[in-house]
Design a protein around this ligand. Structure first.
Ligand SMILES: [Zn+2]
Ligand SMILES: [Zn+2]
Length: 117
């Protein structure tokens, strides 16, 4: 549109709807952004480096942990049940076959307890 010779860019929000990476639905309110730390902990044996790299995101979800868990499950990530879904998740290499990743918020001090998401 143009007002008195000044062009005002029209903001088209309908075409850039944010979609949830968990369920694929449109996110109406503020999306919940979750990032995966792009750091492999030093605990990882060198032989585990040969695994697909994690896309650090950020990914956007409805503000419901179950949507994040659905996304993890689809990607084959495991989830540490001692943590919760937070904005920043830490990847932990798992000695599974094929090699997999577990995601944990990294806030607890004892051993992880990974379960399929
Ligand atoms: Zn969703
Ligand atoms: Zn953990």
């Amino acid at each position: 549109m143009e007002i008195m010779g000044i062009r005002i860019p029209t903001i088209i929000s309908d075409n850039v709807a944010t979609r949830c990476d968990g369920c694929g639905g449109v996110i109406e309110d503020t999306p919940w952004r979750v990032s995966v730390l792009d750091i492999v902990s030093a605990e990882a044996p060198p032989s585990w480096i040969e695994r697909p790299r994690i896309n650090p995101g950020p990914f956007q979800f409805h503000s419901d942990p179950s949507h994040v868990r659905a996304w993890m499950a689809r990607r084959g990530y495991w989830f540490c049940r001692k943590g919760t879904v937070r904005e920043i998740m830490r990847p932990v290499p798992l000695p599974t076959d094929p090699p997999g990743w577990g995601l944990c918020d990294g806030l607890h001090r004892d051993d992880h307890e990974f379960v399929p998401a």
